[in-house]
Design a binder for this molecule. Structure first.
Ligand code: PLP
Length: 416
């Protein structure tokens, strides 16, 4: 009766397990002042341009002449045009508005898009990885191939040695905070074209890129419009974790397969764009008008400047963390083009096997998590929760306030 694939999933979602541990600690230590450098939620308020757009949209909803009910399935034209213009054409990328699907965020779309694939597709993910890609495909019963990302390969995954049908790539990466250069990403696009594979490219942290040679979109790479779907989120770009809005680009040239129509028996071509449109119009009733007006506002000159300032604020935290933790003797990765730092729990230059020569013998990432929670009242995210190659690391986020970040760093230093 039930989908038994669910029984193969790990018992709880990583962040639920962290929340459970933090709750238990708080119950036992009600006076504890806990600082979270763990879960990836933002702390800074929405940009004034976004707030103004929300007020205006709310007032429109109060008048029958301007009230809006269900919106267009792919999202309102005003937002899709702003996306095409600012996120693509301004970078010399030719994406059409009918290739853009507005969503309630990248978690739903990165989780749901696999529904368009057959159950026997083989799916490759990096290890460590954002858990949604794995869990969503496990729910559908697919085989998963893991591509290790470690300090030895500078967190750049090797091309698969067996055939895979789909590859999920997320850059700037959650959890490692590392990036791919254009040349490194080109190898993947070339692989996908040559092996008839699809790339699902998660660009949720694109707005944090500071380096010149790091691509903001996979469509900067020639050929990607034939093999890649790209997911975007306003959550970290503009603090929309509570507002909810994002979008997915499904170019019309991606994977048009010839399949036999059951009705006519004729061969017909089906593009992923048409399939995704069909899926969304069946199962999704659109992102709220308010959220879409809020998203549109981040493309105005004031909106752009305001979200840039907030990102600079978070990236200053990233810099502070990188410098302080490196000074303490930790090996730190990421944090230059991403709000995440991937920190070896070992105080030796390279992570040692669990329990060997690590920080007071507590090198495992959950051990390090417990130590930081109990002794420093700082919450981090155990790397093991992102996959086997996350063992020996924790993920820290730059989304706190400057004050809390500095205080957390002081406490970590004291505990050492
Ligand atoms: N993709 C990655 C890599 C993420 O880290 C996150 C959020 O943490 C998401 C997608 C989900 O973003 P959204 O809030 O738009 O659902």
């Amino acid at each position: 009766m039930i989908n038994e694939n669910y029984l193969k999933l790990s018992e709880s979602y990583l962040f639920s397990e962290i929340a459970r541990k933090v709750k238990a600690y708080k119950e036992a230590h009600s006076e504890a002042d806990i600082i979270s450098l763990g879960i990836g939620d933002v702390t800074q308020p929405l940009a004034p341009a976004v707030i103004a757009a929300l007020h205006k949209a709310t007032d429109e909803m109060a008048q029958s002449a301007t009230f809006r009910g269900y919106g267009p399935e792919r999202g309102y034209d005003f937002l899709r045009e702003a996306i095409v213009q600012n996120d693509f054409r301004a970078r010399g990328i030719d994406i059409e508005a009918d290739e853009v699907f507005v969503s309630d965020g990248a978690k739903s779309d990165t989780g749901n898009f696999q529904e368009l694939l057959s159950a026997d597709c083989v799916v490759a993910v990096t290890d460590p990885v954002y858990p949604v890609y794995i869990d969503a495909n496990m729910m559908a019963g697919r085989r998963i191939v893991k591509l290790p990302c470690t300090p030895e390969n500078s967190f750049v995954p090797e091309l698969p040695t067996e055939h895979v049908d789909v590859i999920y790539l997320c850059y700037p990466n959650n959890p490692t905070g590392t990036t791919l250069t254009k040349a490194q990403l080109k190898r993947w696009v070339d692989y996908a074209l040559e092996h008839d594979a699809l790339i699902f490219y998660d660009a949720a942290y694109e707005a944090y890129i500071q380096s010149e040679d790091v691509p903001h979109s996979i469509y900067e790479i020639p050929g990607a419009k034939q093999c890649a779907v790209e997911f975007h989120s306003y959550s970290k770009t503009a603090g929309f974790t509570g507002i909810r809005c994002g979008y997915t680009v499904v170019p019309k040239g991606v994977k048009s397969e010839k399949v036999k129509s059951e009705k006519s028996g004729l061969l017909k071509t089906i593009s992923l764009n048409a399939m995704w449109n069909r899926r969304q119009s069946t199962k999704f009733n659109g992102t709220s008008y308010l959220s879409q007006r809020a998203a549109e506002a981040i493309y105005t000159p004031e909106g752009k400047a305001q979200i840039k300032a907030t990102i600079a604020y978070y990236m200053e935290n990233a810099r502070l963390m990188r410098e302080a933790l490196t000074d303490m003797g930790f090996k730190v990765y990421g944090g230059k083009d991403a709000p995440y730092l991937w920190v070896s729990t070992s105080l030796t230059p390279d992570p040692s096997p669990v329990g060997e020569g690590n920080l007071k013998g507590e090198g495992s990432s959950w051990g390090f998590f417990d130590k930081m929670l109990h002794e420093a009242q700082v919450v981090c995210t155990p790397g093991a929760g992102f996959g086997p190659n996350g063992e020996g690391f924790v993920r820290l986020t730059a989304f706190g306030t400057h004050e809390a970040t500095k205080e957390a760093l002081k406490r970590i230093e004291k505990v050492l």
